[in-house]
Design a protein around this ligand. Structure first.
Ligand code: FAD
Ligand SMILES: C=Cc1c2[nH]c(c1C)Cc1[nH]c(c(CCC(=O)O)c1C)Cc1[nH]c(c(C)c1CCC(=O)O)Cc1[nH]c(c(C)c1C=C)C2
Length: 478
């Protein structure tokens, strides 16, 4: 019987790719929207030499997840646009705090002096960690804010970690699990009595490839990963924008005669002794096994009739809305500071989360291109009255003028509200995911779950999540 993949975002397409590689056909993908890519969406203006990213902007090449994506990129023969660690976009990350633009320290030297918005040199935060007593944390989880505040002090929690959490999941560091970003540091603290102590101890214990997770590569690490390491890439994009990745996957699957059924929303999912049944608008589709890459709240809707308790656990993963506003100006002389972009710490209580300087990261043929992001965990505080696109653009332009001194009208712009686009890995997330997968295993459901809701929100994470779920299937699954 066929295997079905739900969702043709990057995770679902990757699941199909790995399924095909492992088992061959038959295989069908059901996608609700008329396009592939999910939150990866590029709007190209080739004639003017620029493009807008409506969701993800860059990919990191680091670690096993980074190497895995590079392997895929290589296999699909996509052209990468690397940003080296020495590039200004890799070195400069800015904060807008206390009414000023501040540069985050990017070297050891930067830890010594007092740098705004901090009122103390950052090495003092490290001394704080050496001196602070260790609290054994209940249920082995806490918020990343409280962990950083405990170990390094409130200033670092407010002006370093909180904006970083915004810049990754548009969330509130006071709610997000320490395991989302600092699992290793947290465990080192709990084990060795301090973060620095733990890090220093671990330096003397070299990790094997298997411990690093590199064991997934059958022979050797991917060539493009070796190149990224040798050339010290900090991040990369793709020629033509990131949407080239899901598009290339779709083309590859089409060449292998794998059907991606667009505009085919799954409406319910049930299981019986023969396997799974997917209800679409006009049809029932049986499947031997289902891999869902859907957002957790969507999968919850599908299974709630037959498995209400599974649905409730899926619904316990909250999501936030993000407004993405792309702006293009004809001149490339507008930005007075170069860098990846700026973040606004939530303590500042402003309606914007941050601004990406797209035209500093990649060549945009003499245009200045910016992306303003707003909302996230604070969406309801600022935008509950459902402002029009014009109002949203006006807010974005007001802050571009105030912070970056760019007051001219953009020549071209785009406003999108991405509803429920980023899951929030709140305290207890890891346990929640374990419990969801345990439920599926205990009831022997022919179902695997992958994608942004479960194993990390970055593009690398969701591709690796798909690969791991396919690898876990028993040999007879096809
Ligand atoms: C604003 C923003 C900026 C980001 N920036 C970055 C970045 O710079 N770098 C990075 O690495 N990551 C970034 N990310 C994260 C990354 O883009 C996403 O986590 C990733 O694309 C999610 O992929 P996915 O396949 O898991 O889910 P999705 O993209 O959500 O795909 C799920 C698919 O399922 C479909 N679907 C939903 N319901 C049904 C149904 N009932 N039946 C069938 N199909 C259905 C949807 O239409 C969608 O196509 C960003 C995300 C956002 C929102
Ligand atoms: C302001 C909102 C957001 C910005 N980017 C994202 C949001 C919600 C989403 C996002 N950004 C990154 C990832 C991938 C993480 C990964 O695991 O690979 C996601 C989902 C990359 C990223 N961008 C910034 C940071 C600190 C990171 C983490 C990885 C890294 O260190 O490279 C910084 C940043 N993000 C945004 C801005 C304006 C910004 C500015 C400096 C926008």
């Amino acid at each position: 019987m066929t295997t079905a993949v739900l969702g043709a975002g990057i995770s679902g397409l990757s699941a199909a790719y790995y399924l095909l590689r492992r088992f061959g056909k038959p295989l069908t993908i059901y996608e609700a929207s008329p396009r592939v890519g999910g939150w990866i969406r590029t709007e190209c203006h080739k004639d003017k030499g620029f493009y807008f990213e409506g969701g993800a902007h860059t990919i990191r090449p680091q670690g096993v997840a980074g190497a895995n994506t590079l392997e895929l990129v290589e296999q699909l023969k996509l052209e990468v646009k690397p940003i080296a660690k020495t590039h200004v976009a890799a070195r400069n990350r800015l904060l807008y705090a206390k009414g000023k633009l501040c540069m985050l320290p990017n070297s050891i030297g930067g830890l010594l002096g007092v740098k705004e918005p901090f009122t103390q040199p950052l090495y003092k935060a490290l001394l704080h960690d050496l001196r602070a007593a260790v609290t054994k944390v209940k249920d082995a989880d806490e918020s990343i804010y409280s962990f950083v505040e405990r170990r390094f002090g409130k200033e670092l929690a407010d002006y370093a970690i909180s904006p970083m959490i915004c810049g990754i999941c548009a969330g509130d560091a006071r709610e997000i699990s320490v395991r989302f970003l600092m699992e290793e540091l947290f465990e080192k603290e709990q084990k060795y009595g301090g973060v620095l102590k733990g890090v220093l101890y671990a330096r003397f214990k070299a990790k094997t490839d298997a411990q690093l997770g590199m064991g997934i590569f059958a022979e050797q690490q991917p060539q493009l990963y070796a190149k990224a390491c040798a050339e010290k890439w900090a991040m990369y994009g793709l020629e033509g924008g990131l949407e080239q990745l899901p598009r290339a996957l779709r083309s590859y699957l089409a060449e292998q005669r794998i059907n991606v059924q667009l505009s085919s929303r799954a409406q319910s999912l049930s299981f019986d002794s023969a396997g799974a049944n997917i209800s679409l608008r006009n049809a029932e589709q049986p499947a031997g096994h289902v891999i869902s890459s859907l957002p957790a709240h969507q999968l919850a809707l599908l299974v709630r009739a037959q498995h209400p308790s599974l649905a409730a656990q899926l619904l316990a993963i909250p999501y936030v809305d993000v407004i993405v506003i792309n702006l293009q100006y004809n001149s490339d002389k507008l930005l007075q500071l170069d860098g990846f972009g700026l973040l606004v710490p939530p303590v500042e209580q402003l309606p914007i989360l941050g601004i990406i300087f797209d035209s500093c990261c990649f060549d945009m043929s003499g245009n200045t291109v910016l992306t303003v992001m707003m909302g996230g965990r604070w969406f309801a505080n600022w935008f509950a009255h459902q402002p029009s696109q014009k109002e949203l653009r006006d807010i974005a332009q007001r802050y571009v003028a105030k912070i970056l001194n760019i007051s001219e009208e953009p020549k071209f712009s785009r406003v999108h509200t991405l509803q429920k686009c980023i899951p929030q890995y709140t305290v207890g997330h890891k346990r929640r995911v374990e419990s969801i997968r345990n439920y599926i295993a205990n009831y022997k459901l022919p179902l695997s779950v992958c994608g942004a809701a479960f194993d990390g929100v970055g593009i690398n994470d969701v591709i690796l999540s798909a690969r791991r779920q396919v690898d876990l299937l028993p040999p007879q699954s096809a």
